[in-house]
Design a protein around this ligand. Structure first.
Ligand code: ADE
Length: 319
């Protein structure tokens, strides 16, 4: 999967070099490109914000740098055609081997009007699957993405407290896409025309991480990238653990995961529940479900209403 992240704080994404996602990048499972929005400004101060029309506090991100960034990374000549993912649209995929941006070979030119920005150190150090000879971070989406018509344009994800809630179901859906692009807003947000115009040439989702306000989209993107990245085939050591996740689609859908334990069997006088040591898989599964139901009822009772009655057995109802 290819990820492009546009931000005024590329350093935020240095952490994508470590832990699970760092490993996934080095294994070529995740191809991350971080872009500094200021590379698409043309004034001495590299201005990305301005005062809001209509008055009010704070600043709004100017549309021009965003427009140029998106044009560079998703060239309009490709993007103007209808999105292949929309039902009823017929078009040919880009010939394999073609880069998503015809200007990519100019990466590294610096902050000129037309050149895409050089990718950040985070991307360059990623060990991503750039083809030999191409500048770091300028490779097209992965082979798999190229082979798929849906790789022609990315899905653009814009984190904002005004978006619809991001859920595990979104993470699952996004993990199946070959190319995602994230736009990190700051201040009071990005001029609304940016999403509006982008929507004419690529799918755009405005999503919120919850009913609170962050200082910008960077942390929200890190959260989403981790939620998505861990679902990619080969990223987690034990793929079965995904099925046990809270909110995971399937048997445990709409349930929070219950308590977990490891050795020693007794710690500070507290024993691990006997059933977990019994080796009786049926009894263990039942106990886990009971605990998940209890925990959900206690901390997120509204989630229980989402459980469809046919997914509940008599024992569930008794818990
Ligand atoms: N940016 C600022 N606040 C946010 C939130 N709650 N979710 C997503 N992006 C944000």
């Amino acid at each position: 999967m290819r990820l492009d992240i546009i931000t005024i704080f590329p350093e935020y994404f240095d952490v994508l070099d470590i832990s699970l996602l760092g490993k996934a990048r080095r294994a070529g499972l995740l191809d991350v490109h971080v872009h500094d929005l200021r590379e698409w400004t043309h004034d001495r101060h590299r201005t990305v914000d301005d005062t809001p029309y209509g008055g009010g506090p704070g600043m709004v991100m100017k549309p021009e740098p965003w427009g140029e960034a998106l044009d560079t990374l998703v060239p309009p000549q490709d993007a103007d055609r209808p999105d292949p993912r929309e039902p009823g649209s017929a078009h040919e995929p880009r010939p394999s081997g073609a880069a998503p941006s015809g200007k990519d070979s100019m990466a590294g030119d610096g902050a000129t009007a037309d050149a895409p920005p050089p990718d950040t150190a985070a991307a360059a150090a990623s060990g991503s699957a750039d083809s030999p000879g191409s500048p770091a971070g300028t490779s097209p989406p992965s082979q798999e993405a190229e082979a798929s018509p849906s790789a022609r344009v990315p899905r653009l994800i814009i984190p904002t407290p005004s978006g619809r809630p991001f859920t595990q179901a979104d993470a699952v859906r996004y993990a199946a896409e070959p190319w995602l692009m994230f736009a990190c807003g700051r201040y009071e947000g990005i001029d609304s025309r940016v999403a509006e115009e982008a929507r004419t040439r690529m799918p755009v989702d405005e999503v919120s991480l919850g009913d609170f306000v962050l200082a910008g989209g960077e942390v929200a993107v890190l959260v989403m990238v981790e939620a998505i990245g861990r679902l990619l085939p080969g990223v987690l050591g034990n793929a079965d653990s995904i099925a046990d996740d809270s909110f995971a689609p399937g048997a445990m859908e709409s349930l929070l995961e219950g308590p977990v334990y490891t050795k020693p069997p007794v710690w500070r006088g507290r024993a691990v529940p006997d059933v977990l040591l019994s080796g009786h898989h049926g009894a263990i599964a039942r106990w886990r479900r009971d605990e998940a139901l209890r925990r959900t009822a206690r901390t997120r009772p509204e989630l229980l209403k989402r459980l469809s009655p046919e997914k509940l057995d008599d024992r569930d109802r008794a818990v």
